[in-house]
Design a protein around this ligand. Structure first.
Ligand code: DGL
Length: 260
């Protein structure tokens, strides 16, 4: 059986990319809700409807687990999804825990970037209340990065000025970590690194989610059945044309250049 991956758009590919490193012998479905992306600026109830209709579709493809490769969808719907479906539903969480707890320099702050909806949600505020006793976490929405990546715009000349302007209000001498709390943002990890000072760590939750999925499949005795194939869907339509598939190849290549 396959593993389903879901995101509002192409962001979840950054999670699938890391998952393929730890689970290369599985087969995957990748579902992008291209008709409704972006989720970040939309009201919660509207986004929830999109999520449930997508996950219903994915479950009908007979998958053994679903990864919600989208922080926004995880924050608005993960509990309800787990109540509704009996197979494992693996979510994303902004990597605040390692940023705040692991070897943090006591004087340094943590910048958490995500979509407006994720930053508004109770789930994130509960997490911060639990971990951030010293009030070192700052929050920044970056909707422009979702737009750029959906247009496959990874040209530094276009993206860097936006990111530079957004980050200009922070003095990075006072920071230690930038958390990428939206899966679309991982396409720009190299640009974050370029703009922040060299001591700044730029982290996302992707590999944590991949390892979590692996652990769950292992516990279910359900590992290693396939050969790393991926079937792509755009809002319920299977992608079979060359242009549609080429788009995903370009995204994997973009991630190769960041990760090499
Ligand atoms: N990729 C998504 C996330 O991780 C959401 C981006 C959007 O649709 O606004 O939050």
């Amino acid at each position: 059986m396959k593993i389903g991956f879901f995101d509002s758009g192409i962001g979840g590919i950054t999670v699938l990319y890391d998952t393929l490193k730890v689970l290369p012998n599985e087969d995957y479905i990748y579902y992008a809700d291209t008709l409704n992306v972006p989720y970040g600026p939309k009201p919660k109830d509207e986004v929830k409807k999109y999520i449930f209709s997508a996950i219903d579709f994915i479950i009908k493809q007979e998958v053994k687990a679903v990864v919600i490769a989208c922080n926004t969808a995880t924050s608005v719907a993960i509990e309800e999804l787990r109540n509704k479906y009996s197979i494992p539903i693996v979510g994303m969480e902004p990597a605040i825990k390692p940023a705040v707890e692991k070897d943090r320099d006591a004087n340094k702050r943590v910048l958490v970037t995500a979509t407006a909806l994720t930053l508004k949600e109770e789930k994130l505020h509960n997490l911060i209340a639990k971990l951030d006793n010293e009030h070192v976490v700052d929050l920044l929405p970056l909707p422009g990065l979702v737009q750029f990546s959906e247009k496959l715009e990874f040209n530094e000349e276009i993206v860097l000025p936006y990111l530079k302007e957004q980050l200009s209000k922070y003095d990075f001498n006072n920071y230690e970590t930038i958390v990428l709390g939206c899966t679309h943002f991982s396409y720009f990890k190299d640009m974050f690194r370029k703009l922040a000072l060299s001591h700044i760590k730029v982290i996302d939750g992707n590999i944590g989610t991949a390892n979590n999925l692996k652990r769950i499949l292992k516990e279910m005795n359900s590992l290693n059945e396939g050969n790393g194939s991926i079937t792509f869907y755009n809002s319920g339509f299977k992608i079979q044309d060359k242009a549609g598939l080429d788009k995903y190849n370009r995204l994997f290549k973009r991630l190769d250049t960041i990760n090499e």
